[in-house]
Design a protein around this ligand. Structure first.
Ligand code: NI
Length: 137
C-alpha cells in the first residue's frame, strides 16, 4: 500500500534561557551567547508535524487533520504558548530548552496520542534559519 505524508504547521511564542548551572557566567556566555542572557528572551517558534501512513479507503485521509490540529493545540500550543519554557513548564527544569530538546518533548507529547501505525516526525523552527527535527532521518 502506498504511504503518503500529511503536515500540520502551528505556531507559538515562548521565552527561554540556555545555561548550564555547573558553569560560571562567562563560560555560559561563551557557549550560549545571547541565548544565555539572564533575563530570558523570546522566540517565535514554528512547529511542523508530519504524519505518514496509508490513506483510509473510506475517507481518503491518512489522519483527520482536525484531530491532528486539536492534539497539537491542546498538548503543545496551550502547554508552551506565551510561557517561559524554563520556569512555566515542567519539561525544562533539568534540561536546556534548546530547539533539539523542545522538539523531542513535542514528539513525546504527540506520539502517545497518535495511532502507532502512523509515522510521526516533528520539526521545530526557532528562527527561520535554525530548526531541529526528531526523529532524525
Ligand atoms: Ni534563544
Amino acid at each position: 500500500m502506498k504511504r503518503v505524508a500529511v503536515f500540520r504547521k502551528e505556531h507559538f511564542n515562548a521565552a527561554h534561557r540556555l545555561f548550564n548551572p555547573a558553569w560560571d557566567d562567562r563560560k555560559n556566555a561563551e557557549v550560549f551567547g545571547k541565548c544565555s542572557y539572564p533575563n530570558y528572551h523570546g522566540h517565535n517558534y514554528e512547529v511542523v508535524v508530519k504524519v505518514t501512513g496509508t490513506p483510509d479507503p473510506q475517507t481518503g485521509f491518512v489522519m483527520d487533520m482536525k484531530l491532528l490540529s486539536d492534539l497539537i493545540r491542546v498538548h503543545v500550543i496551550e502547554e508552551f504558548d506565551h510561557k517561559n519554557l524554563n520556569l512555566d513548564t515542567p519539561f525544562f527544569r533539568e534540561m536546556n530548552p534548546t530547539a533539539e530538546n523542545i522538539v523531542m518533548v513535542i514528539y513525546d507529547l504527540l506520539r502517545s496520542r497518535i495511532d502507532p501505525a502512523l509515522g510521526l516526525r516533528v520539526r521545530l523552527y526557532e528562527t527561520e534559519r535554525n530548526f531541529a527535527e526528531y526523529p532524525e532521518e
